[in-house]
Design a protein around this ligand. Sequence first.
Ligand code: NAP
Length: 311
Amino acid sequence: MKAVRIHAYGDRSVLRYEDAPLPECGDDDVLIRVIAAAVNPVDWKIREGYLKEMLPYKLPLTPGWDVAGIVERVGSKVSGVAVGDRVYSRPDISRQGSYAEYIAVRASEVAAMPRTLGYAAAASLPLAGITAWESLIDKGNLQAGQSVLIHAAAGGVGSLAVQLAKWRGAHVIATASAANVALVQSLGADEVIDYRTMPFAEHVRDVDLVFDTVGGDVQEQSWSVLKAGGTLVSIVAPPDAARAAAAGVQGKFVFIQPSATILRELATLADAGQLRPLIGAEFGLERIAEAHALSESGRTVGKIVLHIGKP
Ligand SMILES: NC(=O)c1ccc[n+]([C@@H]2O[C@H](COP(=O)([O-])OP(=O)(O)OC[C@H]3O[C@@H](n4cnc5c(N)ncnc54)[C@H](OP(=O)(O)O)[C@@H]3O)[C@@H](O)[C@H]2O)c1
């Protein structure tokens, strides 16, 4: 099969579009024929070797941990998933990924694709959608009537987080650069701050929840906009516990794991028209270096999708 693999950590030149062996389908796995995958910032962070202590891969590695496709084979212990099913997944990040014509995924990590979405839209949901759900709903405990500040609302995670927070009944304040303000409003944000011309910490007060998708200075300045007892959830850097205590708030960190349960929730919302995946760019697998360059630029709008197989 064709795949993109890396044989060493490094810059984009280590990405090789090449022939690779078909993945083995273990007893608990399903083998998926990949129709579409998506690119996430973690892909190039792993490619660079930034996470090699935490995730000690045996190279060569096929990156990519978002997939939508068709089940080609099921392992001997698998039930509930059948050959021919249209499925999507954010598979275990410690295993080989989805920049390939086939991927083996634990059956417990796949869910039926949203009925109303095509493969590209479905592939853009799992990693970013599970992250937004876990951050806002599981860790952030966001309730109707509460207010939330969502940073980088035009990005892959942020664009889904805005929609989830609105569905939850929250008042949504979002940050984006001027070019993306109208887009973020169209996703349902009640207020959008052009963070480049308007320092958000001077304009936001007493929110129940901050969703930090940027880290660094953005996280540091976010403490002051929370109400007493509020919560900051970061997906970029673990919040400093002493800093949180001093501000009288909670700081939490999320590093997501596969979740078929959340995928089923996301599919229900997508099919009800309440969650609209935003695709900002699409590439063929052989153009992976361009896709990584875009992700590394930090200017992605919505998700970057890779078209791999024919439906
Ligand atoms: N811990 C986890 O489990 C987990 C899971 C998923 C993602 N992440 C991490 O979360 C981060 C976001 O992921 P993503 O997929 O959403 O990234 P992304 O799609 O690449 O985000 C790009 C967006 O960031 C916005 N942006 C950049 N700097 C900003 C700033 N200072 N303030 C507000 N917006 C800013 C840009 O908007 P403008 O062009 O409008 O500025 C752009 O739309 C990444 O670091 C990723 O690795 C972690």
